[in-house]
Design a protein around this ligand. Structure first.
Ligand SMILES: Nc1ncnc2c1ncn2[C@@H]1O[C@H](COP(=O)(O)OP(=O)(O)O)[C@@H](O)[C@H]1O
Ligand SMILES: [Mg+2]
Length: 375
């Protein structure tokens, strides 16, 4: 798939900026705080309706304005699509496809696919489980847009059940509310099971691809293992079995939950374990080795999305290329070639291979404006 144009209106520090992409690789050059990451974030929002910077919509709308709009034309094998996302300072988002507004977000997701890679992704290795869950969920939304809906349902039930536990923290000891709680338990198990099964399937497909990339980048000296460790013990991926295990664990933890007034059981407590040569990756090796791991994850995401959607997704490289050493840079560039349209941000062009600068489109970004290269 190929992004032809992007139009940002009152989005972040862009007033009204149209960009045309004319090469498989576009390099956005500029000093800090000029708007490079903002532009990539706009593309990410069209792909996932999420931002890895996790901002509220009011932060995405330009200061002093009420509404922001991101618009793009995208070429796929099936034809050209026009995507519009409208964000409001005080209000709900809306999305439109080819000029028609779309009611269900999941019908908008899956039109544009993109893999985002920024220095924040190092947190996948170093940070806590929440970041890894978020990463997996964002990938799943692209692999199967219905997941966005499933995930939302689970979180809705989780919030309701938490509120219930909090409200009745005293009376629950008397067990008179057992039957009402049982209704929430059942819903939590049903919706949670859908989340667990999809996360399990996604990791099963992603893990071997990432392990292979990792072996290739590290020269086979290191063995990466990615393992889904659900909070509910998973013997197989049958819905009845998972649901039963879910309910059994709720029973087990009932007293603790009533004590703490919050839900202690379910996929909001899942972990995705990353180990290298049997050692947790967090403790393993240098920053360079941790970067290799993240690079392998990102290449695996690209490959898996391509396998599933049958077209190469976009790749968004935010300030990471210059951080990789030359051999890893080349591994990445070899892997993407010209098949994956790639948007790259950097503060200087000096760190790039001249060969490939020649074939790239170079755009300068300054204070929310894009200036084309004049040569
Ligand atoms: N809602 C907003 N309204 C106006 N300016 C914003 C908004 N959000 C962020 N900015 C500005 O965007 C700039 C940061 O842009 P960013 O794309 O992160 O920079 P970089 O070029 O370093 O990647 C900052 O100057 C910040 O003040
Ligand atoms: Mg930036």
């Amino acid at each position: 798939m190929y992004l032809n144009t992007l139009n940002l209106r009152q989005f972040r520090n862009y007033q009204d900026q149209k960009v045309e992409f004319t090469a498989a690789k576009t390099i956005l050059v500029g000093n800090n705080a000029q708007g490079k990451s903002n532009l990539l974030e706009a593309v990410e929002l069209l792909a996932t309706l999420r931002s890895h910077r996790i901002s509220r919509d009011r932060d995405l709308v330009q200061e002093g304005e009420a509404v922001a709009q991101i618009n793009a034309t995208l070429e796929r094998q099936t034809g050209v699509s026009d995507l519009t996302l409208t964000l409001r300072r005080n209000g709900r988002r809306s999305v439109a496809l080819n000029g028609e507004s779309i009611r269900r977000q999941m019908d908008f997701l899956g039109v544009l696919n993109a893999v985002q890679f920024s220095s924040l992704d190092l947190e996948l290795v170093r940070g806590g489980p929440e970041g890894r869950r978020n990463w997996l969920d964002t990938l799943l939304i692209q692999l199967e847009p219905v997941y966005a809906h499933i995930f939302q349902q689970y979180n809705h039930v989780l919030r309701q059940r938490n509120a219930f536990l909090k409200r009745h923290i005293e009376t629950l000891y008397a067990t008179s509310l057992d039957s009402e709680l049982a209704v929430w338990d059942a819903q939590l198990a049903t919706t949670g099971t859908r989340v667990i099964r999809r996360r399990d399937r996604a990791i099963q497909r992603l893990a071997p691809i990432a392990t292979a990339w990792h072996a290739s980048i590290s020269g086979s000296t290191e063995h990466l293992q990615i393992k889904y460790v659900p909070n509910i013990p998973l013997e197989d991926n049958h819905p009845e079995q998972v649901e039963q295990a879910f309910l059994a664990k709720i029973q087990q933890r009932a007293i603790a939950e009533i004590h703490q007034g919050t839900t202690l059981v379910g996929p909001h407590r899942d972990e995705i374990e990353l180990t290298i040569n049997q050692t947790p990756a967090r403790q393993y090796g240098s920053q360079g080795q941790q970067r290799t791991l993240v690079l392998a994850l990102k290449l695996a995401e690209l490959q898996l999305i391509e396998e599933v959607v049958k077209e190469p997704p976009l790749l968004l490289l935010d300030d990471v290329l210059a951080e990789l050493d030359l051999s890893r840079q080349n591994q990445l560039l070899d892997a993407i070639q010209d098949r994956f349209q790639t948007l790259i941000t950097t503060t200087h062009l000096g760190s790039f291979d001249s060969q490939w600068l020649k074939s790239s489109q170079i755009l300068f970004v300054k204070a929310g404006e894009i200036i084309r290269h004049l040569s």
